[in-house]
Design a protein around this ligand. Sequence first.
Ligand code: NAP
Ligand code: HSE
Length: 357
Amino acid sequence: MAEQAGWQGERLTIGLLGGGTVGAAVARGLASRAEEWGIGIAGIAVRDLAKAQAAGLDRIAPLTTDPAALAASDDVDVVVELMGGLDPAMPIVEAALKAGRPVVTANKLLLATFGARLESLARSTDTALRFESAVAAGVPVIGVLANDLSANEITSIRGIINGTTNYILTKMESEGWSYDHALAEAQKIGYAEANPKSDVEGEDAAAKLVVLARLASGAWPALSHVQFDEAPGITGVTAAAIADAGTRGARLRMIAEWQNGGDDASKDSLSVRVTEVPADSRLGTTVGGGNLIVISGDLIGDLTLAGAGAGPGSTASGVLNDLLAIARGEGSSWGDLPPAIAAPAPAWIKAAKRGAK
Ligand code: NAP
Ligand code: HSE
């Protein structure tokens, strides 16, 4: 159970929900550090036991197809949710927090959909909820926003926060690959979501932007507050459009942007749009699965964070750091930030609703 002042038990034991791209990397990373860290794995939940056995996960910890039972087991001190999606992730995470059992998750869809509810629950039971890898994988943007920039008024956040689409745009340009071939390669590397539609249509980036906005603004926007191009994400991008941008010394990048609208969170703007950027700029030279995020604050000016924003190694880094933070009793990812509210709908949504009546 939660020990906010630092872990008092002899050994911290996790229930690992998910043994896919990220879960397997976390299991392997933990197995090689188990003795040094005193953190063990009680079990790994998957759907397909044969696939997990073929990946050798049964040699690390017992396998199960019942994530809810594993998460509720008395042997489990911390739940690590790496299944993705909302069901069964939401009821399991909710039950763990209600029971005072800390949770680490990399699931941005879960946070963007139910963040306000989960934060309120975690605060009410004084239980840690950590999610560093939910945005930009192991690039520590969550920790920086929640802790290191807390003296600043954050004015905007702008950047590349989806590795799959950046990889596709890069390979279409540099190798002349087709969109379908580049997507298939991104899936092989482990960048893409289980359903890559959420990557290419921008929903994954939108969910990450919601999480960043919460830390910057103190309110959880809804996913529906994020504005997209008419053809969402990179679905409207063609080889001809990439070549055309090249003639202007530019590259196409899928840019997520949050702009602080002032004291009223309904005036904040959130968008995910394909944008031309100078080819030799920092955004233009961010290639492959790389992410780059510029955070602007009233005191610090522009701060840029960049690194591997997807893939097993980088994501496992963030998840394992969260586990170590829980072992040290550091609490939730929002640190000492005040409790967040659910953000009111922006004016353009209210106007559209009025128009529809
Ligand atoms: P993945 O490769 O599809 O793995 C998902 C794992 O969860 C699989 O082992 C799957 O089992 C298991 N699972 C799913 N539903 C389950 C259920 N109902 N019961 C038991 N097991 C279940 O996905 P991933 O890429 O590792 O991503 C996991 C999470 O991390 C997602 O929230 C994703 O958004 C996030 N994330 C991913 C990355 C990345 O680079 N991949 C980076 C940051 C964050 P089966 O394989 O047997 O179906
Ligand atoms: N599918 C995500 C991406 C994984 O491509 O960025 C990292 O969150």
